[in-house]
Design a protein around this ligand. Structure first.
Ligand code: 4NP
Length: 158
């Protein structure tokens, strides 16, 4: 990976619903736009370490053409703050949890994913205890966030 290749880490609580969906969606959109970027996701909690993304998230995402192949849950680790250029939480609680463990010098890298979108909604809500409709809504928001983030990268690349 070149030193100039930007990198992004998508973060939610469990790393089985929202952030792997953001990873899958953003991988596809970045590839379609010819953007070279390193992409990963992680959770602030480690409940499901090593697990594949939630079956409901996969079903809804695969229906829209996104691939979840090879994705495995992991927890955020301290080295992530140095390694990634953008560390984007799905909701404000994720961001607060990240800022609690992020060294001062890297705090500027942490932000809300939907802050890059045109959406008035700034939070991608936790769909874990809801139904399929909640997963569809989450994916709608993630697609808006990914489009906004693609535009941001395109406008900030040299
Ligand atoms: P996520 O959803 O943060 O979008 O991956 C959740 C997944 C699992 C749990 C909570 C949220 N859980 O409590 O196990």
């Amino acid at each position: 990976m070149s030193a100039n290749t930007p990198s992004v880490l998508f973060v939610c609580l469990g790393n089985i619903c929202r952030s792997p969906s953001a990873e899958a969606v953003f991988k596809k959109k970045a590839a379609e736009q010819g953007l070279s970027i390193e992409i990963d996701s992680a959770g602030t909690a480690g409940y499901h370490k090593g697990a594949a993304p939630d079956k409901r998230a996969q079903a809804v995402g695969e229906d829209r053409g996104y691939s979840f192949k090879g994705l495995k849950c992991r927890k955020v680790v301290e080295q992530d703050f140095e390694k990634y250029d953008y560390i984007l939480g799905m909701d404000s609680e994720n961001v607060a949890n990240l800022l609690e463990i992020c060294p001062e010098e890297f705090q500027h890298k942490v932000g809300l994913f939907l802050s890059f979108s045109q959406s008035e909604e700034q939070q991608v809500p936790d769909p874990y205890y809801g139904g399929k409709r909640g997963f569809e809504y989450v994916l709608d928001l993630i697609e808006q966030g990914a489009d906004g983030f693609v535009e941001h990268l395109k406008s900030s690349s040299p």
